[in-house]
Design a protein around this ligand. Structure first.
Ligand SMILES: [Zn+2]
Length: 472
């Protein structure tokens, strides 16, 4: 009895204490709120402040990009860089720190005089984790002030050289009514000047519609190579402001209808996966499908050939580098194709656990859905075509309608195969209902051989259908 009474009393005291604590906290908060010293908090207790938007790639299908420099160099080097930009008619934006601007005022004046923009890189080579709100506020303000002194204009953007988001930076940018926090879709490096092939490859991979290409001006010798890659696809550089004006606003993953159709699901009991290798049909129909991911130039070449013959295909995307060019994935949809899942990491599905497989595939689902801004076609194709019972079940349990396999591997990726070998391989194996796999990968046969594959199939009376015309 006494013990119980003690418990009841302790409970009562606790209730009173907690209640009191809460009241005091609330009162303090009201006082602070009225003097604007505390942020509003939302249900999870997170600060509910207004945050400026981040841009690393702008949601647009227009064939434009912007170039930003991450620091301001001394005047001689700046003039050299500006001469190069003028030669290629590129308008770029220079992000500088207060130190760089103070040390190189002539460089800053030259940049403005030639019609380029100067913006805020207060955090140049700083460890953002080490900065608290006051540091962020002071640094942004200091840099904005010096930009205004030199250029007579207010800085609109602050650059963050990190893929991680720091709320304080976004909050301060918003407080100063700045237009956004700038990050990059790709970085332009000139890492190994000896290896021209590699440089060209890197430049091609950096090209992205709506992309923000960042560069340290120390790497200015990469610019001629960059322009080669730009000319290949005939894109334009526009000013940062003009690019951001094109932004159509991307919906976050959770707000995209059908985003939740795929889930990580450990419960695989009694699930029957549907594996589709080919269609049982007498009609002379084939499905042409493409795997992986490539540069804008390669994908456009493939798309243009498909358009020429009015063919629609299923593209199974490897999601790992789609963040550099999400608009290109969206373009596949705009041009009438289907987009489906081919993992994030491209690992052999039979060598990893079902949990690892599901996590990897879910990650890909998120990236692909966000990129195309709609529910992808709910098919999955395993890398290397390798699947076993357990991994097939793990995929089906996630909500995929089919495992989109194939009966004809064109070997277009294999550099030991000539164009003729690829065509022969397809033509000797094709039959009504065949699913043919080709690839979007850089530096492989595909764009060169695709047209001949199409023509050879058409010559034998084949028509092209979408995988989903077969799978209902
Ligand atoms: Zn693949």
């Amino acid at each position: 009895m006494r013990k119980n009474l003690f418990l009841v009393l302790t409970g009562l005291i606790l209730v009173i204490l907690t209640g009191c604590g809460r009241t005091i906290a609330e009162t303090e908060k009201d006082v602070l709120k009225s003097t604007n010293l505390i942020e509003e908090t939302n249900a999870e207790g997170k600060p509910n402040r207004k945050l400026a938007d981040t841009y690393d790639v702008v949601y647009t299908l227009d064939e434009v990009m912007t170039l930003v420099f991450e620091q301001i160099l001394p005047v001689d080097e700046t003039i050299q860089l500006l001469d190069m930009l003028d030669k290629y008619e590129i308008k770029a934006t220079f992000f500088g720190s207060s130190e760089q601007l103070e040390m190189n005022p002539e460089a800053a004046e030259e940049i403005i005089k030639r019609g380029y923009q100067i913006e805020n890189h207060a955090f140049y080579e700083m460890d953002l984790k080490e900065l608290d709100y006051d540091d962020v506020y002071r640094l942004i303000k200091e840099t904005n002030d010096i930009i205004e002194t030199i250029t007579g204009q207010q800085a609109k953007y602050v650059y963050v050289n990190s893929k991680k988001e720091y709320d304080d930076i976004h909050a301060v940018a918003d407080e100063f009514a700045m237009s956004g926090v700038i990050n990059y879709s790709s970085k332009i490096n000139f890492s190994d000047p000896e290896d021209e092939r590699k440089i060209r490859e890197e430049m091609r991979n950096a090209i992205a519609r709506g992309g923000i290409l960042a560069m340290n001006p120390d790497h200015m010798n990469a610019i001629p190579y960059l322009m080669e890659a730009v000319d290949e696809v005939d894109y334009n550089f526009v000013l940062l402001d003009d690019l951001i004006d094109l932004d159509q606003g991307r919906k976050p993953f959770a707000e995209i209808p059908g985003a939740d159709a795929i889930q990580v699901n450990p419960n695989m009991e009694g699930i029957e996966p549907f594996l589709h290798y080919q269609e049982k049909t007498d009609r002379r129909e084939v499905a042409l499908t493409f795997d992986d991911w490539a540069s804008e130039a390669v994908v456009l070449e493939v798309l243009d050939i498909l358009d020429k013959y009015n063919i629609q295909s299923t593209f199974y995307l490897k999601a790992k580098t789609i963040h550099k060019n999400p608009n290109l994935a969206r373009l596949l949809i705009e041009r009438g194709h289907e987009v489906a899942n081919h993992t994030y990491s491209h690992l052999d599905s039979t060598t990893i656990s079902p949990e690892e497989l599901q996590n990897d595939v879910y990650k890909a689902h998120k990236i692909i859905t966000e990129a195309i801004q709609e529910q992808p076609t709910l098919y999955f194709r395993p890398p290397f075509g390798r699947i076993d019972d357990q991994s097939a079940q793990a995929i089906a349990a996630m909500g995929f309608q089919a495992l989109g396999m194939y009966d004809i591997s064109s070997y277009d990726w294999n550099s030991e195969y000539s164009k003729e070998d690829v065509i022969n391989r397809v033509m000797t194996n094709v039959q009504p209902g065949s699913v043919i796999v080709m690839h979007i990968l850089n530096d492989i046969h595909t764009p060169g051989v695709l047209e001949d594959v199409i023509l050879s199939l058409q010559a034998e009376g084949y028509e092209f259908v979408l995988t989903s015309d077969w799978i209902e």
